[in-house]
Ligand binder design. Structure first.
Ligand code: SAH
Length: 352
């Protein structure tokens, strides 16, 4: 395996690395704190290290830090959408959302995505690569440093399928929840997946009390297959069994995401079928009016239909909310900012 960058290392691993360089133990504590608490973007900021040591470390263990390319501020609700550049010049997006209960950051887990969900902008160019643990962490670190806002909640719901980048995801979660790091409570972290049963079961055994969200989007296999190619690989029953297992192992209430797409999955009969499907599960359903993307002609459900769908779930005593659209004025749908940036830049390349 390629050697991990310094920001992706656990504290104990960092101790080992620095010991190997002949440094005293307290240096590991200092450097870990600079990286994960004081959110330093370079060794130059680590003022309690000598110049020589900073130079030596920057040559041996370069720090992964994202650079801000763009930030769009929503005038409506304070949402900020960031576009960051990675060291290989690829770009990713992350979003800061401000709620009464605290600030939440939505991060990407991969550059692009290979899951192919039909209504999603992130998947159009396929997957370019996985993100390193440090690159997931740094989306939160940079946003906290740039905005001056303390981040208390994290959702892994941006571009990418987190369970398709499993090892890096776990490392990211452990460092993010580390008491010696930013110390974000696992209870305030949600990971959203399109549903990969064996990985859901593995996650259940990690002893991480995070919330798991399943992108369900359909009350049966047939409709799910129309919207999500991954549904052709894993039957809904298999995915739900794994999800139930996650609940049994962790005791965490399950979340289902259901994007309402006009005339595809938003009829009364679909709502009733959904109630039967998830009956008896300790869960919460998030209804998301689909955010139309220009590459596909899916349309948003009418408000009346969305409300009716919600009422049917409520009548069946299912916890349900309609997700408030955040930053609708700034292209906040999953992957849209990155997509428009890439489209614009590739056009410019053609003209050159
Ligand atoms: N791959 C993961 C996480 C990223 S997508 C997953 O599938 O859950 C985060 C959520 O946004 C998913 O529920 C996804 O289906 C949904 N989503 C993506 N594009 C959307 C769009 N245009 N409108 C509504 N929901 C969308």
């Amino acid at each position: 395996m390629e050697q991990l960058d310094i920001k992706s290392l656990y504290y104990t691993e960092l101790q080992e690395v620095l010991k190997g360089l002949g440094l005293p133990a307290f240096r590991a504590k200092q450097i870990y704190e600079w990286l994960h608490v004081k959110l330093a973007g370079s060794y130059d900021e680590m003022t309690n290290l000598s110049k020589d040591l900073r130079l030596k470390l920057s040559e041996a263990y370069p720090i992964t830090a994202l650079t801000e390319v763009d930030a769009l501020h929503s005038a409506e609700d304070g949402t900020i959408k960031y576009l960051f550049r990675l060291k290989d010049d690829r770009v990713i997006e992350s979003v800061l959302m401000k709620y009464h209960h605290g600030n939440s950051v939505c991060i990407s887990s991969q550059v692009g995505c290979r899951m192919g969900c039909k209504f999603c902008a992130s998947t159009i160019g396929g997957k370019e690569r996985d993100l390193l643990p440090s690159e997931m962490l740094d989306q939160i670190y940079r946003i906290q440093a740039l905005s001056g806002e303390r981040v208390s909640n994290v959702v892994v719901m941006g571009t990418g399928e987190p369970l398709d980048n499993y090892d890096n995801l776990i490392r990211f979660l452990r460092i993010l929840t580390d008491e010696q790091g930013l110390n974000i409570s696992a209870r305030n972290i949600t990971v959203s997946t399109c549903g990969i049963p064996d990985k859901i079961r593995e996650l259940a055994k990690e002893d991480l009390a995070i919330t798991l969200a399943l992108s369900l989007h359909a009350p049966n296999n047939e409709i799910r297959k129309q919207l999500m190619p991954v549904a052709a690989k894993y039957e809904l029953s298999e995915v739900l069994d794994a999800f139930r297992y996650y609940y049994e192992e962790t005791g965490r209430r399950l979340t289902f995401e259901y994007s309402l797409v006009n005339a595809i999955n938003d009829e009364e009969e679909h709502a009733k079928e959904l109630c039967r499907l998830i009956k008896g599960l300790n869960c919460h359903v998030n209804l998301i009016p689909v955010n139309p993307i220009k590459e596909r002609n899916y349309r948003k459900s009418e408000n009346k239909k969305i409300q009716n769908f919600k009422n049917i779930l409520e009548k069946n005593r299912i916890n349900v909310t309609i997700r408030r659209e955040m930053g609708a004025d700034i292209d906040a749908a999953c992957g849209q900012l990155r997509k428009s940036y890439i489209d614009k830049n590739s056009k410019e390349d053609c003209h050159n």
